[in-house]
Design a protein around this ligand. Sequence first.
Ligand SMILES: [Fe+2]
Length: 476
Amino acid sequence: MNHAETQSTEGALQPETAAAMPSRRGFLAASALLGAMLLSPLWAVAASPATAPASVATAEKAVGVGLPQRVTLTCAADMAHAISATWRSAGPLQSAQGQIAPLTAGPKFEATIQSVPAEAFTIETDSGETAYQYNLTFTGLTPDAQYCFRVGDGQSWSEWNTVQTALDKPKPFSFLYFGDVQTDIRSQCSRAVRTAFRHAPDARFVICAGDLVNHGHNDSQWGEFSDAFGFIAATVPCLPTPGNHDTKRPEKAPEPEAPYTAAPAYHAHFHVPANGPKNAPILNGEAYYVDCQGVRVISLNSNVFDDDAPTDAAHKQAWDALLAWLEEVLANNPNRWTVVTHHHPIYSTSKGRDNAGLRNLLRPLYDKYKVDLVLQGHDHSYGRTHKLAGDQIVDPAAPGTIYVVSVLGPKMYPFKPKFESLMAATASEKQLFQVIEVDGDTLSYKSRSIDGQLVDAFQLKKDASGASTYHPAEKT
Ligand SMILES: [Fe+2]
């Protein structure tokens, strides 16, 4: 979940002392503040403050009430010094918190444990039950260092998970990219996630390019998402972007003010950086960027642009703000590499699909600012373009962008792209994952099917001026 800057719980680490632990009064105050925030239009559908009822002490003694569920890491804006997490519990907690410590070889690290209070809130699930949700950001961390962390309430805890911060300057690393998860999440996406992790166990993050579930409001599908990722969600931070299915509300729910925004459950599971458009609060958590060791990753909600034009004044404000924000973060980018992710493809791969409006809106920006990679989903097949500019294939050494559509889950569409001549590599009826390695001047891309077979690979190499050259790679 992401909120405005003034509502963030991010703060310096505090020593683990009784005085530093959140009190019941502090918890209730935080809940009241959150309740006020939840009255904003984005959250009006399903959110309410997480106040602790009189019976909470009794409730917390019940077996498993406080046990953390669905622990999910998300990158913080400053990946070198911070990391964010979310989780939920079966009942309200008075002292939701996280603990973190530098990773040691031995088990005696109590003296270095730091505690951070969590932000608590609730969402009403589609089944009518209340979900007790929490998020926090560990800050003040050392760059390029290993940590272990856990979340809980001081009595019930998650396991100690391990995670690594980024270095605050370029250094070789890898990351994962997944297309749509969406369906049969527990039964068939799980194998894809776990195979991908085996191929890139040190990935610094995983980009999920939208449609993480089939119905964004459906709590059981989010439970499947957590099951499919398992401990990997608490080990490899996720960088999500909203897909059209992530916006889907219950059929009988009132029409939200912004139907193009992700469902509350989506936001509950991902505490993404609060560095999106400042003048469109309805897009909180819908657009953000992170800088990791020489790479800027920009995530934006392409549902905002999934019309020929804005549908009302609020939509126009969000549309204009998102577009202006995208140009700003592209224009003021100190990193050597630029990766953008959004759900709807600039060049669709499936039969009968074409997002011409989106292409005409965003492609000129990608050309202007020499975006290296655009990672997308939505079309349930695989298509990776040659290096393109102006909707044309360009010389490997000329300025241009490579666009990818991929799919992780088992939902498949017939492959028949409108712009087939632009595609350098294609596949259909395959569940796929991508490992992308960045090493100084070289970006290496590999797409594999979940049986481990290499489906596609290429490299981009940059010279001292930042100009890239595209190199197809042998599929070995
Ligand atoms: Fe989609």
